[in-house]
Design a protein around this ligand. Sequence first.
Ligand code: ZN
Length: 347
Amino acid sequence: MQARLARLHGQGDLRVEVVDVAEPGDGEVLLRMAAGGICGSDLHYYQDGGFGPVRVREPIVPGHEASGHIAAFGPNVSGLALGDLVAVNPSQPCGNCRFCREGLAIHCLNMQFMGSAMRVPHAQGMFRDWLVVPAIQCMPAGTLVGAGEAACAEPLAVCLHAVAQAGDIRGKHVLVTGAGPIGALVVAAVRHAGAGTIVVTDLADAALERASACGATRVINVRRDPEQLAAYDADKGQFDIVFECSAAEPALRSAIATVRPRGLIVQVGVTGDITFPLNALVGKELRLIGSQRFDSEFPLAVGLIADRRIDVRPIISHTFPVDQAVDAFEQASDRSAACKVQLSFLA
Ligand code: ZN
């Protein structure tokens, strides 16, 4: 049997190719893939050949946000049925290293994260129409939601992990800077967690409309109306918690200015080196913590999507058949119109 896949051979060189598909082995399943979302990191691989120290050094199949249907089993698989829609957890920690043994699999020294160029050889990803994968990475997504929604489990898991860094946020005043796919899903996650107010900033109205659909109580276009955000500087800052999802230096500066003394800033967006006012961090006794990927939040995300306790549909802006993968990546590059762009493998 043969499969189509989208493979990146270098910066700007994405090709749809045909390869042979293996039989599922012990503990594995064969998935008929259905949907796969393009993430910012996939886009950086395509546009820039990588980000920071992570470079595409050999051909890589991108894609770490995907869903599919169970098409066949290898030996020794239980708990899954033929035809089940599943979200695929792309995270493959080793289970044996120092951090895995400490219960910190997220920091595994030998992490294989599907579709990541962080390690060499690169971990191959899921932009393909057939995939053989360990059954343990497949989480059933029920029958209510579509494959595109199920494929949002991975980015939602990232957001649930970020929100978990903040502890109990019921009734808290929250600022989310940056309303791309992650910012919008952080909004959905903090709303689900019971935040009191959720103010969201971005430079694009289309992104802010999606944030509203995800549960923002107020949105501010900081390109057009920067004074509306600056008003939250009053009395040493108004927000209890900021989720910084833009990785833009001005956004981090505004986070530091608008968060209250002893408040918390969770840095979710990633970029290269930037500067920020250390004096304000010290003077306001702020906590600034990073959050990356997810751990136990993946099955939680699948469950929340499966019964639409968190409705991820507002973030899915475009869907392209896999044969148009290049068009999909180009569309995803246009932030004025695109949020989550997905590939469909069923066409
Ligand atoms: Zn490990």
